[in-house]
Write a protein of this length. Structure first.
Length: 173
């Protein structure tokens, strides 16, 4: 018997759950990375603003300390990510749910994303690598990673809800 992953078939609810797990995993990784970038300058007893944009020292002066500037950047990243997750990522999850619902049930594992989604994933990975090589300041990169991480986590929640709905719909028939 020959091993052929393209023949792996899963129910719609499992495809949606797997997609949600992928988004959740990447979102958690980016959230952790973003917070680490924002807090990168902390040492045991002091904060070094080397590697940060000129905005960060201004924020720390305006907010009476580096701790408050870090907290503001994390909070703003979470807020932007939450809004993006509930607007943009929800729509992306809805489109994926509609597309997966039209597939035969069970469907091949590799049909979890459309060709366009795979291209977008490659572009997003390329942008992440580009940020690394362009030497973007820690606070800016941390804010972006935090926002994208929260948005992906929020999108994953929508995938899990759609997976649950697909599972319930399957039980009714």
């Amino acid at each position: 018997m020959q091993y052929n992953p393209s023949q792996w078939k899963l129910t719609h609810s499992k495809l949606l759950a797997i997609s949600g797990l992928i988004w959740l995993s990447i979102g958690a990784l980016l959230l952790k990375l973003g917070i680490q970038f924002i807090l990168f300058g902390w040492t045991a007893t002091r904060f070094s603003d080397e590697g940060y944009s000129s905005l960060f020292p201004y924020l720390s002066q305006s907010l009476a300390g580096y701790e408050n500037a870090c907290l503001l950047l994390v909070a703003l990243g979470i807020l932007v990510g939450y809004v993006k997750g509930n607007v943009v990522m929800r729509k992306a999850a809805q489109r994926a749910y509609a597309r997966i619902s039209e597939l035969p049930n069970p469907a091949p594992l590799f049909s979890i994303y459309s060709r366009a989604n795979y291209i977008i994933l490659a572009i997003m990975m390329g942008l992440g690598l580009t940020m690394k090589f362009l030497d973007i300041s820690y606070d800016v990169r941390g804010f972006i990673d935090t926002a994208v991480g929260i948005a992906l986590i929020q999108g994953a929640i929508h995938f899990f809800r759609f997976s649950r709905d697909a599972s319930i719909a399957k039980q009714k028939f």
